[in-house]
Write a protein that binds this ligand. Structure first.
Ligand SMILES: Nc1nc2c(ncn2[C@@H]2O[C@H](COP(=O)(O)OP(=O)(O)OP(=O)(O)O)[C@@H](O)[C@H]2O)c(=O)[nH]1
Ligand SMILES: [Zn+2]
Length: 284
């Protein structure tokens, strides 16, 4: 049975990319119970020229909750070096949201043409926390080629707050390379149009996804212990405290506090942890 990747879900149709020959417009088999997400690998029966019926979805390796997309190989959180100014707390929350969905993201600091030293500083900071980070400029094209090289053979999602230049960046990346999908349509869409997650095919085996509506999780429903598990740089130390119930605040022999004092955990990251831990405690 032919298989392919769902690249778009629109008006009850699923558009499935079988790898070559263009997208196949599919309905789902009525008796199918499972939800079909953009990004899912599916098996389908061909029913006509570029038409088919999805019979089955294959197991997912991961999925984002909002927007619901499956099987992401890589994810970039896009922030601007300036205009709007980056907020470490927001960046941390977005990173943690990806980790919660089982995706270890990377970062792009766009608009590096506005403040190169700041973009570099932010990137260096997050590299120290264990995240790949790249200063780029959608305007001047700086850093775009190295970013493009990272996309090869993967499905890469881009997420970020409004105004950071995510659309401009995607436009730069996709440029003339686009093989499938109507990107000018997509990128040119007005601010008030509902945006769907849609996978854009750059070349064989290489796809990018815009993730409109991606926003930070509400962490207050998590257990305090889960918070460190979403921060790999803290998680590395959190299992070694004297008390297994340690919240890494004022407890004695806390290995997180020791790592903080030794500069192995960065102060701003610990501050994020405390801020979220406080919000959980307040909610109780
Ligand atoms: N200086 C500079 N400005 C940029 C760059 N990239 C984008 N911009 C500008 O930033 C503004 C926002 O860019 P968009 O691409 O619309 O940003 P977005 O993140 O897609 O925003 P939403 O559509 O609201 O999600 C526009 O005025 C762009 O011209 C860049 O690399 N440098
Ligand atoms: Zn501790």
């Amino acid at each position: 049975m032919p298989r392919g990747r769902v690249i778009k879900n629109y008006n009850g149709y699923y558009y499935v990319d079988p790898g070559s020959g263009g997208a196949v417009e599919c309905r789902r088999r009525g008796k199918m119970k499972e939800k079909i997400l953009v990004g899912d690998m599916v098996e389908f029966t061909a029913t006509g020229a570029q038409k088919g019926v999805i019979e089955k979805t294959e197991p997912r390796k991961n999925s984002l909750r909002r927007p619901a997309v499956a099987n992401i190989d890589a994810m970039f959180i896009v922030m601007a070096a300036a205009a709007p100014d980056p907020s470490r707390f927001l960046i941390d929350q977005m990173l943690m949201t990806c980790e919660y969905d089982g995706i270890h993201p990377s970062l792009c600091f766009n608009k590096c043409d506005l403040d190169k030293p700041l973009a570099e500083e932010y990137a260096a900071f997050y590299r120290r926390c264990g995240y790949a980070a790249y200063p780029v400029s959608a305007c001047t094209g700086e850093g775009i080629d190295s970013l493009k090289a990272l996309l090869d053979g993967k499905v890469t999602a881009f997420a970020g707050p409004s105004g950071v230049g995510k659309s401009s960046l995607l436009m730069r990346i996709i440029g003339r390379e686009l093989a499938v999908g109507k990107v000018s349509d997509k990128i040119g869409r007005g601010r008030h149009t509902t945006r769907h997650s849609e996978i854009m095919k750059l070349r064989e085996h290489t796809y990018v996804i815009d993730t409109p509506g991606f926003s930070a999780l509400d962490f207050t429903h998590l257990k305090e212990k889960e918070i460190t598990s979403l921060m790999p740089d803290l998680a590395k130390y959190s299992g070694h405290c004297r008390f297994s119930s340690c919240l890494h605040r004022s407890e004695p022999d806390c290995s997180v506090k020791q790592a903080l004092a030794a500069g192995k955990i960065l102060r701003e990251r610990y501050d994020t942890y405390c801020k979220i831990e406080d919000s959980i405690a307040e909610r109780k």
